[in-house]
Design a protein around this ligand. Sequence first.
Ligand code: GDP
Ligand code: GDP
Length: 441
Amino acid sequence: MLPLIAIIGRPNVGKSQLFNRLVRSRSALVEDIPGVTRDLRYGKASWEDRSFMLVDTGGFDSTSEDPLIEQVRLQLEFAVSEADRILFLLDARQGISALDEELALWLRKIDKPLFVAANKVDAPSLEPLSAEFYRLGVDHVYPISAKERYGLSELMDDLLEGVPEQEQERPRERGAARVAVVGRPNVGKSSLINALLGSQRMIVSEIPGTTRDSIDIEVILGDESMTLIDTAGIRRRPKVKEKLEKFAVIQALRSLERTDLACVVIDASQPLSEQDVRIVGYAHERGRGLVLLLNKWDLVTDKKKALRAFADMRELKMPFADYAPMVTTSATQAKGLDELVKAVIRTRVNHGKRLSTPICNKILANALTEHPPPAKGGRAINMLYMAQTYVAPPTFAVVCNRPEAVHFSYQRYLQNRIRQSEDFSGTPIWIKFRRKGHGKK
Ligand code: GDP
Ligand code: GDP
């Protein structure tokens, strides 16, 4: 699992500036709690070849009159408790404030690797400004400028010490598929896992996970051995931390980082929420196999109407995930579990499916005949051939003369053609357009 680094600091020291420097994909940011000025923001970040998760804790100000200040404090404590390393950010131009001292005192009591950086050192001549912060009783202060990228190498090299360089994201063709059960709090994740584990057809063994609280459960579903990831320890953990819904969403995003398949649990007795959509969107974006579970189905009185309403919402809010099978379950009545297992197995197969090159080329040829890509700027787009280069998710490379000119809608069209010809339900399909000779020395 990628390490999680929390950026802590009072408002205006430059946390979000630094966050934005380091985080690549910003689409997965966690939503604001209404009424709180600044919020936890979370994303996958990278420095050179190393990847990590970053959380910007917003600005904690104990002097604030904000009625939600207690919630902000909880939020901060949560972020710190989840983090593997902490980056304490200060403002070199402002010097030490009372809030900095308060935070320093608190952070010193926390037994986690702590890195202290004085921001807004935009040029070497300003470095002396950072000396003042040694008064906070810290071993080392890194002078940096998030804006000018000054001093970031030294800081990031130390902060990421021991974090392996990212291997190329490799598909997992062998070994047990990893399955994460994710969703908002109270949708029934732990009930569902327990119901699954209680059913006869499973052989269970627990392996301590890589992080605190996390347990991997080896199970046999059908004939397939799979690993259920119980990242947050949802099966047995007291519910204290999940009071703030957003924390649970962050945990969901974290488990999605190290899974192959995601079962996103949605509470069928409630309207579909933005957080549900966000979790599904993240799973999709990361190329995970996806199964949607409408749980608490026993509470739904008019089931036909509910299914229709959900299908409409789904088309409206997450049309990108139209390939995901949807299963209705009741964890408390142990209903829908067989369907759930079937959907997971089928998704697993499809996520790892590989089409031969002749089949790929037949699909491409037929697609081109029926609907050739429209010329762009007066010049034709020629697609020469297609091959599947990866599984998990199935990834296709199309060699063509002008990859940059291919319209998104044509990519979508090819995806649909692939789906029409083979069963890829449950899995996203990625298509990359390449120039001839790409990748050759
Ligand atoms: P946050 O509240 O800690 O997230 O702070 P922001 O990232 O919003 O930054 C607060 C202000 O400081 C903004 O006006 C930024 O443009 C400015 N700022 C952030 N980083 C730097 C820096 O490295 N150098 C300078 N000169 N200004 C910075
Ligand atoms: P989690 O926070 O997502 O792990 O949710 P829990 O499994 O703790 O469930 C939250 C609440 O919903 C508990 O009171 C469960 O008993 C209840 N619950 C879970 N699944 C179902 C279900 O299928 N039907 C009904 N009626 N209640 C359920």
